[in-house]
Ligand binder design. Sequence first.
Ligand code: FMN
Length: 273
Amino acid sequence: MNAQARLNARYGNDTLPAPAAWTPVIDHLLGHRSVRHYLPDAVSNEQLAAIVAAAQSAATSSNLQTWSVIAVRDAGTRAALAECAGGQAHVREAPLQLVWLADLARLAHIADRAGRPREGLEYLEMFVLAAIDAALAAQNALAAAESLGLAGCYIGGLRNQPERVAELLGLPPRVFAVFGMTLGSEDPARPAAVKPRLPQEVVLHQERYRPVAEQQPGIDAYDAAMAAFYAAQGMNVHGTWGVHSVKRVADGQALTGRDRLAEALHALGFGLR
Ligand SMILES: Cc1cc2nc3c(=O)[nH]c(=O)nc-3n(C[C@H](O)[C@H](O)[C@H](O)COP(=O)(O)O)c2cc1C
């Protein structure tokens, strides 16, 4: 696919100017698709080692490296994780599940061993820092996996039942599964498509934030692009992207268990002060 076609697919718009700045990395990133249908073929240990090296190459706050990842290949554990994530079939079926962890246990251990205070770990800032570290590492991992010809999908559904996930994976206090990530080889019989994103003028502000009301024409254009995407994919989606999206934030119940995340994090040993 050439650069223009990649860009058009990313925005669901075939009237965009020709991209003037382009590299193989940008080309690769714009080709991302979340994949939910896999072949049973395993992800090799060599592939996993390369993926984790890419993850560890992400920037990390103060070089604290407050994240870890668990590679789950066991079919029984994958099935149990799928149930935690609301019964998502692709979590059960993908040969590998990477569970990305915000991990403050290692720092607590190092402090205790050195006989140093570690009260700072009790603050919300440290949880946010660890979750950001985990997300940056995970995104490098996904991009790396995709460059190896593999495919994946983030699984935020694991946050529906954080304590159950912690129990399944033997997580110590101060370790939280931020999200999972299915990895495997895409089933060529059921390929995923590139999903359009909001126009750049909606998300890119110059110098100062532009009022949300001024973003509305771009949001309308995106609703139209997503309607075309849903139709092309044969997806039966009720309402526009906007309507569909706000349903996700209608009330606490719409968060499918994650409305009690603060309580769960406290139970898992995070102070969040
Ligand atoms: C943190 C995070 C959690 C996600 N959780 C899920 C999930 O539980 N199940 C799922 O099928 N997709 C999940 N996704 C995938 C998104 O639905 C997907 O990225 C989005 O629809 C855009 O599609 P694309 O990735 O194909 O471009 C998640 C994505 C992110 C970033």
